[in-house]
Design a protein around this ligand. Structure first.
Ligand SMILES: *Cc1c(COP(=O)(O)O)cnc(C)c1O
Length: 465
């Protein structure tokens, strides 16, 4: 059968206009933003691929839920709905609502962390790492070696290296392990999934040594899609059942609901152990809010409870994963170097390969982000030496291992024709790649420089026709 177009499994009831702009205007906007896509105004952007976090379009049912949100301080009806939805999914007895993922992380890693503790993950997301390190503990990433090769095809590139895990537990002493954290899908590792087999093995190792296993479950529904279609024995399970099984191997979970719960703000911490949950509830009340809202409005909790169910709709998940893969595979076929296989929520371009004439200290990823914006108003983010680069004692750049640009796809927001527009833009990017120049940093803050650094285009005659 001929491959059919992946149509959006929804109709549009409400629209949000996109402000169109000309290339001349965008050249000016980008100059004013100092060639940093974080400093652009959203009205200056046509297609916003900066992040998939908090950018989902809510459904009519979620908007309906917003209207019936119960804003009672304690014991809100909307909280009870959210709590039931989270318990049904995670099977964890204790649920703490938080305003977003990092609030849950601050609480649990503040409690479990501290000097001398080690946390081990496939890859700690940056806020996860920051909260762990802020507590004085260390965070070690041990994804399988295959995850470091951007063009290598492997069905579960997000898996943790279980042999290394056991070695590390023995090396550090089980009593010094704060927790093992499985990030599903592995966001910083390209949105690559973790298999159920890997989860079971990790769980068995954690049980053997009495170490806590937590799930960073932001994209657990997208991960379930990959398991159903790539792992033997899951063909006839529903996506929700697969996610439930994954949670069943864990002692707790932190979720930024701004991803797979299809809301613009929200999160939670779920736990099996009463002692840990009680301690975390105390911390929650000190900085976030009472235990039945934790910094969320009743309406937020109502929408979150609905989103957590909607995300497991097979038509939605199929559209979600296939449309991301459609963009990534088209770019791959055109000769754009992309990370393979295509992950769940984003397409990553290998800018070092695309622009071999731009040296890493002229930030090829930032150059591509600028090109995509100028040519078509597409906003992306560099994930390379701008984000992770450091300097040695002589002030020379120590580059990141890869120079990537991430096209993160907001959920239910863009249509197939928006995606076609992005693909057409890459045609031009390829045609003019020899004339693309790098950038230099003219001003930067001490920490997290990618958010506010200022750049200039480099003057160079190093261009090829
Ligand atoms: C987004 C994210 C977080 C942090 O969540 P926020 O809601 O942004 O605070 C943690 N882990 C992963 C894997 C994420 O993608």
């Amino acid at each position: 059968m001929k491959h059919k177009t992946i149509i959006e499994p929804f109709k549009i009831k409400m629209v949000e206009p996109i402000k169109m702009s000309s290339e001349e205007e965008r050249i000016e906007y980008l100059k004013k933003a100092n060639y940093n896509t974080f400093l652009l105004k959203s009205d200056e952007v046509i297609i916003d691929f900066l992040t998939d976090s908090g950018t989902s379009a809510m459904s009519a049912e979620q908007w309906g839920g917003i209207m019936i949100g119960d804003e009672s301080y304690a014991g809100s009806r909307s909280w009870l709905k959210m709590e039931a939805a989270v318990k049904n999914l995670t099977g964890h007895e204790y649920v703490l609502p938080t305003h977003q993922g990092r609030a849950a992380e601050r609480i649990i890693y503040g409690y479990l962390g501290g000097k001398g503790k080690t946390f081990i993950s496939n890859t700690h997301f940056d806020t996860t790492r920051a909260n762990i390190e802020f507590s004085g503990a260390e965070a070690l990433d041990i994804a399988i070696p295959e995850s470091n090769d951007p063009s290598l095809i492997h069905p579960f590139k997000g898996n943790i290296d279980t042999q290394r895990l056991e070695e590390l537990i023995n090396e550090k002493g089980a009593e010094n392990i704060g927790a093992v954290i499985l990030t599903v899908t592995n966001n910083s590792g390209g949105g690559q999934p973790v298999s159920m087999k890997n989860t079971r093995e990790v769980s068995a190792i954690c049980k053997k040594y009495g170490v806590l296993l937590l799930l960073d479950s932001c994209r657990v529904a997208e991960n379930a899609y990959f398991i159903k279609h790539r792992e033997e024995g899951f063909e006839n399970k529903t996506y929700e059942e697969i996610a439930q099984e994954m949670f069943s191997y864990t002692d707790g979970s932190a979720m930024s609901s701004k991803k797979d719960a299809l809301v613009n703000m929200g999160g939670f911490l779920s736990l099996r152990d009463k002692k840990i949950a009680d301690a975390c509830t105390n911390l929650l009340i000190i900085t976030e809010g009472f235990a039945t809202y934790g910094g969320l409005s009743g309406r937020d909790m109502e929408a979150l409870a609905i989103g957590l169910k909607e995300v497991f709709d097979p038509s939605y998940l199929e559209y979600r994963i296939k449309s991301t893969a459609y963009l990534g595979n088209k770019l791959h076929e055109m000769g754009v170097p992309v990370m393979l296989p295509i992950g769940g929520h984003a397409v990553y371009i290998d800018a070092k390969k695309l622009y071999p004439h731009i040296p890493v200290n002229e930030y090829p990823g930032q150059a591509l982000a600028c090109e995509l914006y100028t040519k078509a108003g597409i906003r992306t983010v560099e994930i390379g030496s701008v984000m992770f680069g450091k300097y040695d004692e002589n002030g020379e750049l120590i580059p990141a291992p890869m120079e990537l640009v991430r096209l993160a796809i907001p959920r239910r927001v863009y249509t197939q024709s928006h995606i076609e527009y992005v693909i057409e833009t890459f045609d031009e990017i390829l045609k003019t790649k020899g004339q693309t120049v790098g950038v230099k940093i003219v001003e930067e803050p001490e920490f997290l420089r990618h958010f506010t650094a200022k750049f200039e285009k480099v003057e160079t005659d190093n261009v090829v026709a």
